[in-house]
Every structure is written in C-alpha cells, then in structure tokens.
Design a protein around this ligand. Structure first.
Ligand code: GAP
Length: 444
C-alpha cells in the first residue's frame, strides 16, 4: 500500500461524508474543541475501546476495571494539586485579543493572527472546567469535570484492592470522558476540550517501578504494532526534568508523525506514590497496601500508560488511509485492522432485479447480522459497491451470484488483496469468524 503522507483535508472530508466524525453543532456554526461521532465513528471507537479493554484488562490476571463518575468531590482536585497546578501558560495579543499557549508559539515573533507584536505577560490558566452542583451557585457548590480519568482510581484504590484481594503488582483500568478547557484546540480530533481516555494505573513495589515502566513501554508499542501502526511513524520523547508534570518521576511520550507535525499519542509516567500519598494526607484514609506474607505496610508506586481514544482513532484512520490508482480512477481504501473495522462484512446480491439472488442474499445477511456488524447493499454496480465498502474499511464482501442458486456457494472478496474465493453459503459466518480471529498484517 502507498505510504505517502495522508492529507488531513482528505481524511476529514471522508470522515464527514461517510459518517465517522461530524463537527459539533455544525448547524449553529460549530463549537470548538468538540466533535460528534457518527454511525461508523461510534463503531470504530467502540472497537478501539474493546480492543484496549481486552488486551489491557480481560486477557490479564493482574488488571481489573473501574467506571467512576465524571464529577467528584472538589477535594479530590484540591488534594492532588490540580486546582492550583492543572494549568497551561496563556499569552494574549493586545492588538487582536487572540489567545495562545505560550509554550506553543515563539513570543519573539509577531502574532500569527494579526501580524503585530504586542504580547501580554504570560499567566497560568487553569484548564479544569468548573460547574456548580445543586441549585445554589456559590463557592461552596463548585465542582469540576474530571480532566483525567485516573484520580478516581487512586481514591478507590483501597476499595478495589479490598474487593478483589489483588496482590502487588496489579493494575486498575478505566475508559471514560475527560474535559480540558484547552486554550487552543484544533487539528481535527487531536486536541479537544471533551476527550476520552484509556488509562491504566499499575501499582508496584517502589523498587520495581523502573522495571515496570520499561515493561509497559514495550507493551504499548507492541499493542500499537498489533493494530497495524508502523513503528517508523512512532517516536519516543523522554521529558527532561524541567518539563515533567509535577507528579512524575519519569515520563515518556509515544509520539506519532501526524500530517500537521509530530505530536503525543500516548503518555507513560512513573507517578511514584504522589497521588496515593496526597489523598492519604488530605482525606485521612491510609491508602496503603498490606503485604500478608511480609506483614509490611507500603504505599505502592504507580506506572501509568494513558492514551486518548480520539487520538488513537485519528492514528488508526491515518495509518489505514490509502489511495490506489485503478482502471476507474482512484480506489480509496481504509486498511483498518479487522478488529477495528466498523463493518465486518457486506452482503451484495450481484443483480438487484433477480428476486432469487436478493432473497438468498437477505437470508445470508440476516444470519450474519445476528452475530456481526454487517451491511446489505444492492444499489449500483457491484464494482461501485466494493469501492463503497473499501472506503469505510469493510474487510470482506460476500457476493451472491448466479452460481449461488446452482451450487449454494458465494464469493468472499478480501479488501486488502482484492482476491475472491468461493465458500458454501452456510459456512460464511464461521469463515468470517475464523478470519477475525487470525492475526492480520498491514499490506505493504
Ligand atoms: N492521567 C495522565 C494524563 O492525563 P496526559 O498526557 O495529559 O496524561 C494522556 O493525557 C493522553 O490523553 C494523551 O497522551 C492524549 O492521547 C490524550 N489527551 C490529552 N489531552 C487531550 C486533548 N486535549 N485532546 C485529545 N486527547 C488528549
């Protein structure tokens, strides 16, 4: 497949046209930093989340899940320092009032919006969204929308450990929405104000944190590779001490070469015992671990791999997007891993006018639909229908033709190789399920 950089314009246009991603509130002129996911987008996101959950939770003995509230006691954010420190440096142009993140532009240069150079001083802007809980809007009723999903994992640490009796090392995972009032948003679904995270807090003995840090780095990279993300597109950025978040002893970002430049896809941090210790001090509840065998009380260290669903979706789409010249022009195809593909198969009767073919195709469609997300399409030529499915990443097309009525077989066409093979119609479901279980490699 072609490896030329994909233009964001083309991807954004496909995402809108085919129902993956829509701009929020488009009929009202849009709403910055929020995107809505259409019928195919929600399937792709659900598949990304399911793949992560399967590989980071279900397939492991040492990780359990949590689904906590988006709202929590404001004391959580005070204790952890977010009310004071969850900030970005803000600078404003006095001439046109445009606002920028001071660490993302060169203040020796002129304002990129109006071309003048008249900057305000830099001030720290807290990016947590505030709201009020209950009918009275006063300082006592202030609450925050969580800016990261992990804090409830720390506040529930003892309850989860008590309920599951997990022994160190073990992890607690969570997938959910988080909110950040980013100063600048943009690059499609890269930087959002409403985002979703997949976070794992992995609790270890303090002396073992470095070893587990390296383990999770390798694990995250292999997971990306298993979904077809090219290693050559990924880069590791180790934060120097001056750049690290206040809670972290070591941070590595897994960065991706996006069409608009290199950017963070996945953060990996050694959060030490910072969070558990802070919540212990603030709540009075000892968030520690008691080792039955050594009779030792200890506060575990935490290694945290954290990735955004939206950024993972963007990377999956960018890695999958391909354009191949063919007889009819250009074949646009999404080489999505079959695990991630929103639609697993399409059932196509070769000709719409043939009642026998349509009836048989609908019977196969009904049988498949009970088990897998599949589509039925009988409009236009079969070539066009293949192209439509290629464009949304459907790995297989099942075609019902004249021979089906004679010998009961159908063809299964593969999206990547475009090869077709014949299979008995009553074996299509098991054949698709077999293919879905098989490892997939990205076509070269
Ligand atoms: N609990 C640690 C934490 O939240 P982070 O590096 O701020 O760390 C983790 O965020 C991941 O969440 C990032 O690597 C990115 O994938 C995603 N993310 C963070 N801010 C985002 C935003 N404004 N829009 C989209 N995704 C974002």
């Amino acid at each position: 497949m072609a490896t030329a950089p994909v233009s964001m314009e083309k991807l954004v246009s496909l995402c809108k046209r085919r129902g993956f991603v829509f701009q929020s509130s488009e009929i009202y002129g849009g709403f910055n930093g929020v995107w809505d996911y259409g019928p195919l987008g929600v399937e792709l996101r659900n598949n990304i989340k399911a793949a992560w959950w399967k590989d980071f939770v279900h397939r492991r003995e040492d990780v359990v899940g949590l689904d906590s509230g988006i709202l929590a006691s404001p004391r959580v954010w005070e204790a952890i320092g977010h009310v004071e420190h969850f900030t970005d440096p803000l600078v404003e142009c006095r001439n046109c009032n445009s606002r920028f993140r001071a660490d993302q532009i060169d203040l020796n240069k002129n304002c990129p919006t109006c071309g003048k150079k008249d900057w305000t001083d830099i001030r720290q802007f807290n990016t947590m969204f505030k709201t009020h809980v209950g009918p009275v809007e006063d300082t006592a009723s202030i609450a925050y929308l969580r800016p990261e999903t992990c804090q409830a994992i720390f506040t529930n640490f003892k309850l989860v450990q008590g309920a599951t009796r997990k022994k160190l090392p073990f992890g607690i995972a969570q997938i959910g929405k988080a909110f950040r009032n980013e100063i600048t948003t943009g690059n499609f679904i890269f930087r959002l104000r409403e985002l979703e995270q997949m976070e794992l807090e992995y609790f270890v003995r303090p002396g073992e944190a470095e070893r587990w840090f390296n383990y999770w780095l390798e694990h995250d990279l292999s997971w990306l590779a298993s979904l077809g993300v090219r290693r050559s597109m990924l880069h590791l950025y180790e934060h120097p001490e001056t750049e690290r978040a206040f809670y972290s002893a070591r941070t590595i970002d897994i960065e991706y070469d996006f069409p608009f430049g290199r950017g963070e896809l996945w953060g990996l941090a050694n959060r030490t015992d910072y969070d558990l210790t802070k919540h212990t001090k603030s709540s009075g509840e000892e968030l520690e671990y008691f080792d039955d065998e050594t009779k030792e009380h200890l506060v575990p260290y935490v290694v945290e791999p954290s990735v955004g669903v939206d950024r993972m979706m963007l990377v999956a789409l960018l890695e999958a997007y391909d354009e191949q010249p063919d007889k009819e022009g250009i074949r646009t195809v999404l080489h999505l891993h079959p695990r991630l593909a929103p639609v697993k198969a399409a059932v196509l009767p070769l000709v719409r006018k043939d009642e026998g073919l349509v009836k048989k195709a609908r019977t196969i469609y009904d049988e498949l639909r009970a088990e897998l997300p599949v589509q039925y399409d009988e409009t236009s030529t079969v070539g066009r229908r293949y192209r439509r499915q290629d464009e949304i990443g459907t790995p297989w097309c099942v075609t019902v033709d004249g021979q089906t009525l004679e010998d009961g077989t159908v063809t299964i066409r593969d999206r990547d190789s475009m090869e077709q093979g014949r299979f008995p119609a009553d074996e299509v479901l098991s054949e698709l399920q077999r293919r879905l279980r098989q490892p997939w490699t990205r076509p070269e």
